[in-house]
Design a binder for this molecule. Structure first.
Ligand code: UPG
Length: 480
């Protein structure tokens, strides 16, 4: 490293909730641990959520801070009711952000693509922008291929599988599994893709060894400049950091897990905003009772209609038999997944959950619901080979109450297949273990993600030293 070069100043502007915000906070902490002066720009609500872990990092000597944007008088923060979705309008943050950036002029800003107005602001201010879109290379290759070749236009029905053209593996999807904005050709995805094209590159929460063919494809075939610096969750080294990630979690389920045999518990979570129709909760509950494996089930804040969600006496029965725990708030997901008693993960295939399952070596039951989750499922089951599909077929939108049910028999089959621990699952665990080691190595000194993070910092340093924005060199993976 060039010790004479000035310290690089990076700003991070995460989205206002859930699966996009958590990894970006981790990524900011990761860059600070590499010596970059990192400032996380958030709303006042969010600042409180993350301040403890940032304080701990500061105490370890990492150059990191949080800046809480001061909203104009009368303005309401987009996360005030904690229910932000990808379509939440965040333009109210624009003015205070602009004031901050004019004063601080960082060397770059890593921003979430869901702040749809932000690229224009950064360009206007002449600030180098690096995009973060939350997911990995694989789903982005799938999306680009579909955008380019439109294979979904060439099938006869929403449920007829089509091949996603040009990818390193044979990947099939159906039209019903595609986001509505792709099916309807609405401009929002095109605009975000264009924003990404014009940025200096992308910081990706992934690691090369997880998806080498797709990291190469993303960079070489699709011509994207990308720094794969993850898995970001691995920067949480101690139990306190892991427990406080995102929100304060109720940890009582960990004591319950301590009593269980290795690999005997199924962990069920559908991400930061679990949302099902009552009938779907009911199908899951019946399947869990019928399959008779122990489980921790995160249902989110609360059931909308408690009585229609669970069979009569369900909670009393599972409590008495010690078969299961229902978490109504925020679960300490990282601590649960790394607990030896957990042998399976039923997941909606959000990128973070998928990656966290990989880092903990836990095979999955894949139950994609929306966004790019159907693509992520293919990575888990068809490419990495450590998942069992529950068989969900229908993309559901955030606003829609129309949700296709997966019936209890299908859920039960998947649970028994994964938790039964047959030869297939033994193989999955073996593959998963290998990936755990690769993930850990990637973020250690000399690992692929470590090198990528340093490469970005060095790039920023040298252009700072030259007083120019310069051309960014492609990170380490071209050396592979
Ligand atoms: O009780 C909980 C619930 C969630 N989490 C954490 O919250 C994050 C959830 O992220 P993810 O699994 O990616 O799910 P979503 O919140 O649904 O993520 C959105 O953002 C992801 C990243 O772009 C996309 O892959 C998803 O499709 C999209 O729904 C993970 O880090 C979990 O560990 C907890 O710690 N406790």
């Amino acid at each position: 490293m060039d010790s004479e070069a000035p310290q690089v100043e990076m700003c991070f502007f995460p989205y206002v909730g859930g699966g996009h915000q958590i990894p970006m906070i981790d990524i900011a902490r990761l860059f600070a641990s590499h010596g970059a002066k990192s400032t996380i720009i958030v709303t006042p609500t969010n600042a409180l959520q993350f301040q403890n872990s940032i304080l701990r990092d500061q105490n370890s000597g990492h150059p990191i801070s949080i800046h809480a944007l001061q909203l104009l008088d009368g303005a309401i923060s987009p996360d005030s009711d904690m229910s932000a979705t990808p379509s939440t309008d965040t333009t109210v943050l624009r003015e205070p952000l602009e004031l901050f950036l004019i004063e601080h002029k960082p060397d770059c800003i890593v921003f979430d693509m869901f702040h749809r107005w932000a690229a224009e602001l950064f360009d206007g201010l002449g600030i180098r922008r690096i995009v973060f879109n939350g997911s990995g290379c694989f789903p982005r290759c799938v999306r680009e291929s579909i955008r380019k070749y439109e294979p979904h236009e060439k099938v006869g029905s929403d449920y007829e599988p089509f091949l996603v053209p040009g990818l390193p593996d044979r990947i099939e999807l159906t039209r019903s599994q595609l986001p509505v904005f792709i099916r309807d050709k609405s401009g929002s995805s095109d605009r975000m893709a264009k924003d990404e094209e014009k940025s200096f590159g992308a910081v990706v929460n992934s690691f090369y060894e997880l998806e080498p063919a797709y990291a190469d494809y993303f960079r070489k075939e699709m011509g994207k400049k990308a720094w794969l610096v993850g898995p970001a969750s691995l920067c949480n080294k101690n139990a306190t950091d892991k427990a406080e990630r995102g929100k304060q979690a109720d940890q009582s389920c960990l004591r319950w897990l301590d009593e269980k045999e290795p690999n005997s518990v199924l962990y069920i979570s559908f991400g930061s905003k679990p949302s099902f129709a009552p009938g779907q909760f009911l199908e899951i509950a019946h399947a869990l009772e019928a399959s008779n494996y122990s489980f921790i089930w995160v249902v989110g804040k609360t059931f909308k209609d408690e009585e229609r969600c669970l069979p009569g006496g369900f909670e009393e029965r599972i409590k008495e038999s010690k078969k299961g725990v229902i978490v109504r708030g925020w679960a300490p997901q990282l601590l649960i997944l790394e607990h030896g008693a957990v042998g399976g993960f039923m997941t909606h295939c959000g990128w973070n959950s998928m990656l966290e399952g990989v880092c903990c070596g836990v095979p999955m039951i894949t139950w994609p619901l929306s966004a790019e989750q159907f693509s992520n499922e293919k990575l888990v089951t068809d490419v990495l080979g450590f998942g069992v599909q529950v068989g969900s077929m229908e993309w559901m939108s955030f606003s829609s109450e129309k949700k296709a049910l997966v019936v209890r028999a299908k859920v039960e089959v998947a649970v028994k297949r994964l938790m039964g621990g047959g030869d297939e699952v033994v193989e999955m665990r073996k593959r998963a273990k290998e990936l755990v080691e690769k993930a850990k190595k990637a973020v250690q000194v000399g690992g692929s993600s470590y090198i990528d993070a340093d490469a970005l910092i060095e790039e920023l340093k040298s252009s700072k030293k030259n007083g120019s924005r310069g051309m960014m060199v492609q990170p380490h993976q071209l050396m592979h």
